[in-house]
Design a protein around this ligand. Structure first.
Ligand code: AMP
Ligand code: ZN
Ligand code: FE
Ligand code: FE
Length: 300
């Protein structure tokens, strides 16, 4: 006898999803259609430095799915935390039309326009002759990022995969890497609060840090400047890391969030809602986040 569908996919949620508004390959409407088909009950579009994707969603496609507004902002941590590279802060429950937040996001997007040709120039110098036209051809009107450049490199046969492109050329510290403009973490956290949202440290397991103690110190410091949550559930986090992040969250009174960081074919190993297949974010994460957002609304 066939099992009921509810049994197959109980209460799935995905609070970290990229669309064509940044460096995902599915449009916001495609994501809603896929979420409906997979019976994912809650999603948040967390595009890099933009909320434009939300304006592209057709209302008719969202029946049966709950949508939490979101964004993923590129930030620098305070200098005394001394980590290599930037970090990402997620903002959930933000008012999409907040003028200050939108102004800051516009600046972040605008500065990418000068960074991308610099990366392409470096690739040319390294003997990888691709052009911005090659990069833009497949990206459409998306906000261009390194995964689009990686995709153009695959298409021209210079690398075999996106990971390959990052490992050889585009990753932090690699020969074609060009640093990008980021907001100060404190600024991003404040902007998210002021826009009625909950600021959350994205994928702490990806930070380039020396030890768990250093991470605990960073999180304590970020709490003092208004951080309200951490992304505990993430496909790249090992089970023991998630346990540690849960402990930190409980000790610091932080909300726990989670999601797959789905990018469609620009991160082909990760599927919506399930990551590599065995990943699940507990539904209670959505309920706690919603409480946090409501509380934030009362304080604002
Ligand atoms: P950008 O916003 O242009 O700096 O690109 C950042 C995006 O590149 C991230 O959101 C990831 O999707 C992707 N990315 C970063 N590092 C890697 C890596 N080592 N391998 C594959 N993708 C990566
Ligand atoms: Zn991305
Ligand atoms: Fe991220
Ligand atoms: Fe992301």
């Amino acid at each position: 006898m066939k099992k009921p569908l509810e049994y197959d996919v109980p209460d799935r949620i995905d609070l970290h999803v990229h669309s064509t508004a940044s460096d995902g390959s599915l449009t916001p409407n495609d994501i809603c259609r896929l979420a409906s088909r997979l019976q994912i009950r809650v999603i948040s579009l967390t595009d890099h430095d933009t909320v434009d994707g939300y304006y592209q969603i057709d209302a008719g496609l969202t029946s049966g799915i709950r949508i939490v507004t979101g964004v993923e902002i590129s930030v620098n941590l305070p200098r005394d935390f001394s980590i290599l590279g930037g970090c990402h802060i997620l903002g959930y429950g933000i008012h999409l039309d907040d003028p200050d937040l939108n102004h800051a996001l516009f600046t972040l997007r605008d500065t990418r326009k000068t960074r991308n040709p610099k990366i392409v120039d470096r690739l040319n110098q390294l003997g990888v002759p691709i052009s911005m036209a090659d990069v833009c051809r497949d990206a459409g009107d998306a906000q261009i990022g390194r995964p689009h450049i990686a995709q153009a490199m695959i298409k021209k046969g210079f690398v075999e995969s996106i990971d390959d492109a990052f490992d050889q050329y585009l990753g932090t510290g690699k020969p074609a890497y060009v640093d990008k403009y980021r907001l100060a973490a404190e600024t991003a956290i404040q902007l998210i609060h002021n826009a009625g949202g909950v600021p959350v440290l994205a994928h702490p397991g990806l930070l380039k840090i020396a030890s768990f103690e250093q991470l605990a110190g960073i999180i304590t410091g970020l709490c003092q400047i208004g951080l309200a949550g951490i992304e505990v559930f993430y496909p790249e986090h090992a089970p023991e890391d998630m346990d540690r992040f849960m402990t930190i969250a409980r000790q610091s009174g932080l909300i726990m969030t989670g999601g797959t960081d789905f990018h469609g074919r620009l991160k082909p190993e990760i599927q919506l809602g399930v990551g590599r297949g065995d990943f699940k974010v507990p539904y209670s994460v959505y309920e706690s986040l919603l409480k946090g957002i409501q509380l934030q609304g009362k304080q604002a």
